[in-house]
Ligand binder design. Sequence first.
Ligand code: A2P
Length: 279
Amino acid sequence: TQSDTQTPIKASPTLPDAQTVTQVTHYTDRLFSFRCTRPASMRFRSGEFVMIGLMGDPHPETGKQRPLLRAYSIASPSWDEELEFYSIKVPDGPLTSRLQHIKVGDEIILRPKPVGTLVHDALLPGKRLWFFATGTGFAPFASLLREPQTYVDYDEIIITHTCREVGELTYGRDLIEALKHDELLGEVIGDGFWKKIKYYPTTTREESPKMGRITDLMRSGEAFADLEVPPLSPETDRAMICGNLAFNLELKDMLEGYGLVEGANSNPQHYVVEKAFLD
Ligand code: A2P
């Protein structure tokens, strides 16, 4: 018979803020994406980021384990019942060296407190919206590109993505291609998909149809000629920047040169820059 004084023993301790991995896709030896369950109470605005991670190794002396967390842009849109993330794999990276091995059914830690600047609320109304990404900086745009508001608010969306190699463009290219067949978005995007959405992928270290850094291609005017749009202006253009630190700073300078002003949640303006760095 059961004694009243017995304390139930848990078979295995569960992680704090645990979510379960539902899908993992590897793109290159440096890039992968995964999906996981979403806490029922978690709300966010497309473009925001959260802290995610795994339990760290036990401390050599105390044996204590602490969560190892990093800021990750949510790549899925706010209406999606799951969450998606797009990540780099760094061989000696404290988190990504382990995160890259996660499998369906594994648990990750997710602190359900989304924040961020790459949100529609931080921009004034405009005609054309530019998404400027390098590498895994495409992640917040993967969210915003699946957000109906993006197409309701703007006549034209231009996505530039600069990567070292062609394989690094796959995640973004597949996602944009899938938009064409999305029923929900099809209704808001309407006819003339490629008139409304202009995709401009470039590579810098492997041969592809368009080579070069987007910054150089804009300075020379080549990007504007290819895209058949005038250079950015504060009257018509809005922009979001997400890439490596040097890229973010260089592009920010360029946009200021076109007369665009940086916005924030509390002060919507013409452009915003990601404040969470993925590595
Ligand atoms: P590059 O190959 O000329 O360095 P990374 O993988 O190092 O984060 O870089 C991702 C992409 O961003 C690469 O194609 C890289 O080009 C490009 N890049 C790096 N720094 C800048 C910058 N300051 N301006 C524009 N593109 C950049």
